[in-house]
Ligand binder design. Structure first.
Ligand code: ADP
Ligand code: MG
Length: 236
């Protein structure tokens, strides 16, 4: 079967974990998603590329069950997200999904450690367990020194590392990353991508990686190009 370490070898054995089937979404007269179908495979990093306004963030929000599509459906494993109740969808999102956005996702009044521990506490974990998991991840990502600082006292790069720790802490099946390095300089962007990609591959976590940056997209196992709300290229 060829080199077992090759991405294709890994992909050919993986099953889809998340699928968009004929997704459509408009905002008034603006068609954000015209008709999008794609699969994210178990443990795969899938890059969604496209110019500003091409529908990338809308696609991410629909796939994460945050934004209801006008048509089509999203499947997570064997479940249709659109047919779940709001409560069941929120609960699935909390257990199975992690999120990294460009900026401003940390709660300003909480410390780094508290920000990372929060998803575990909301999921019912004990304080001691949440705290030790949070600190272990901050250490793995090289930012244990900001555990007791608030986001306002962190650099942009430190803040994004804390955000990556928070996305990973619940051991999600899928991480949704929307321009995760969009606010960083190129050196910090590269380091944060190294950490995110390394941690995800080590854990078998899939990533839906939305970006308009070719360098960032080059870190994905596979890429899809969106244009005007349609797949215009790549390996869907
Ligand atoms: N909440 C919204 N209300 C109105 N229009 C929106 C909204 N969100 C997105 N759009 C429009 O939908 C299109 C796709 O947007 P978006 O998914 O944010 O693209 P991208 O992330 O690729 O820049 C754009 O024309 C945008 O202006
Ligand atoms: Mg966007």
């Amino acid at each position: 079967m060829g080199d077992p370490s090759a991405p294709l070898g890994r992909r050919s054995r993986a099953a889809p974990i998340l699928e968009a089937r004929g997704l459509r979404k408009s905002f008034g007269p603006t068609v954000a998603l015209a008709e999008v179908s794609l699969s994210l495979l178990e443990g795969e990093i899938l890059g969604i590329l496209g110019p500003s306004g091409s529908g990338k963030s809308t696609l991410l929000l629909c796939l994460a069950g945050i934004l209801p599509p006008d048509g089509g459906d999203v499947w997570f494993r064997d479940r249709s997200l659109c047919s779940l109740s709001d409560a069941a969808r929120s609960s699935l999102r909390r257990r199975e999904f992690g999120f990294v956005f460009q900026l401003g996702q940390l709660l300003p009044e909480l410390t780094g450690e508290e920000n990372v521990a929060l998803p575990l506490l909301l999921g019912g974990a004990g304080r001691r367990k949440a705290r030790s998991s949070a600190r272990a991840l901050l250490e793995e990502l090289g930012v244990l020194d900001v555990a007791d600082k608030r986001p306002g006292e962190m650099s942009a790069g430190q803040g994004q590392r804390v955000a990556v720790a928070r996305a990973l802490v619940g051991q999600p099946a899928v991480i949704f990353a929307d321009e995760p390095t969009g606010a960083l300089d190129s050196r910090n962007a590269r380091q944060v991508m190294d950490l995110l990609v390394g941690a995800a591959h080590a854990r078998g976590t899939a990533i839906l990686l939305v970006t308009h940056d070719g360098d960032v997209a080059s870190r994905a196992d596979r890429r899809i190009l969106l244009r005007d709300g349609r797949i215009a290229g790549g390996e869907a």
